[in-house]
Ligand binder design. Structure first.
Ligand SMILES: *Cc1c(COP(=O)(O)O)cnc(C)c1O
Length: 391
């Protein structure tokens, strides 16, 4: 996956649909990132932090018992083992280093369930940056513990009271802050979405996942690439980073969304948060709320590069239901001793459903395990107790 075309376009998607006042900030960021990404010194600093602080490279684990059960060879890329528990660190450390490099001292971030907010606050603490996190008021109530976590890490959490008081409103507020403070502030966006250069930059910062995994798979698979590569898709950053490592192979690429937030399948082209992409909308063009047991997958859109990969047919986008996800979570726990986050449990659920069907017996399947499930244990207990996914 190369750089986007003119104006940050991936086919008919992407671009930079922002008010005049934000154009210079996006242009400054575009220049700063392309300079940094070509600079061996920046790359070395980033690699050193991801190694010595983050725990990279993460292993690829072969799931022997699960593979036997499913009749396909399942390999996991273990982003759950990264410091702070998910792939999100890869992105925020890269952007925090970029903030310093631009001579800025503050980051703003949006967060839904709080995971990206916690990650941004982590990187800010590590590098001595100020950090303000915008979070929908409703989400601050649902995810109190993450608000406290961010505060422990020295960040300031600002509840957003506009609109639906959730993630989409938090993005708008973070953009507004950035326009007003751009002299000393960087907007640390959490996924492969938003105006150019964010979708490209975040994908590049996450491609370490796919690049490592490809080399590791070749060792495990006697020099071959996996037949299928699967990752869950919220905004799409762990999937984009994973796919980047395999797009030039013959592997079938599959992104798995939550059935209640399947923007790649049910979305309609439109403009939101500075990008043109597939968005969940009603007939009047109002953005719909995505609904899933996994708070990390309830973004009502999908990154523009995924919309483009879907349109070209290079990647396919599927969905998993809450019940399938809960079953996959338990299966992974019982057969492999791993509690996956509910987000990547969607990817596993798809493999469970398709093994022996569209994924023929004996195939090799790489699944990106984007995060660990400790954060979801209480919710899983409640779901299993009521037998019905709430919210
Ligand atoms: C945030 C998160 C996601 C969803 O974000 P993407 O940008 O789609 O990767 C998936 N898995 C985990 C563990 C997360 O924390």
């Amino acid at each position: 996956m190369g750089p986007p075309g003119a104006d940050g376009r991936f086919g008919e998607f992407g671009g930079r649909f922002v008010p005049e006042s934000l154009v210079p900030a996006c242009q400054e960021l575009e220049r700063a990132f392309s300079d940094a990404w070509a600079d061996p010194e920046y790359r070395a600093k980033l690699d050193a932090i991801l190694r010595d602080y983050g725990g990279r490279p993460t292993p690829v684990t072969e799931c022997f018992r699960l593979s036997e059960r499913l009749g396909v060879r399942v390999l996991l890329k273990r982003e759950d083992l990264v410091h702070a528990g998910s792939h999100k660190l890869n992105n925020v450390v890269g952007q925090a280093l970029l903030t310093q490099r631009m001579g800025k001292r503050r980051m703003v971030a949006e967060t839904g369930a709080g995971q990206h907010g916690v990650a941004a606050a982590t990187a800010a603490a590590l590098l001595g940056l100020e950090c303000t996190v915008y979070m929908g008021e409703l989400d601050t109530e649902r995810q109190e513990l993450n608000v406290f976590r961010m505060e422990l890490l020295g960040a300031q959490v600002r509840p957003v009271r506009s609109g639906s008081r959730t993630l989409k409103d938090a993005v708008n507020e973070a953009l507004r802050d950035w326009v007003a403070t751009v002299g000393h502030t960087h907007y640390c966006l959490g996924s492969v979405m938003g105006p150019h250069p964010f979708p490209y930059m975040v994908r590049e910062l996450q491609r370490v996942v796919g690049d490592e995994a490809r080399a590791q798979c070749r060792v495990l698979l006697d020099g071959r690439d996996p037949d299928v590569v699967v990752a869950c898709v919220g905004g799409g950053s762990n999937a984009a980073g994973t796919f980047a490592g395999f797009v030039e192979t013959a592997a079938r690429l599959v992104g798995v969304e939550a059935a209640g937030g399947a923007a790649a399948t049910n979305g309609i082209p439109g403009v939101l948060h500075g990008m043109r992409s597939l968005l969940l909308q009603d007939e009047a063009g109002q953005i719909l709320e995505a609904e899933s047991i996994s708070a990390g997958l309830d973004y009502p859109g999908i990154g523009p590069e995924h919309a483009s990969l879907g349109a070209s047919g290079r990647a396919a986008y599927e969905s998993a239901t809450d019940d399938e996800v809960l079953a996959a979570f338990q299966l992974m726990a019982e057969t492999e001793g791993i509690l996956p986050a509910l987000e990547p449990a969607h990817a596993i659920a798809w493999v469970v459903r398709e093994a022996g069907r569209s994924v023929p017996e004996g195939s090799s399947v790489l699944v990106t395990l984007s995060g660990r499930g400790d954060k979801d244990v209480a919710q899983v207990r409640d779901l299993l107790a009521t037998g019905r996914p709430p919210r």
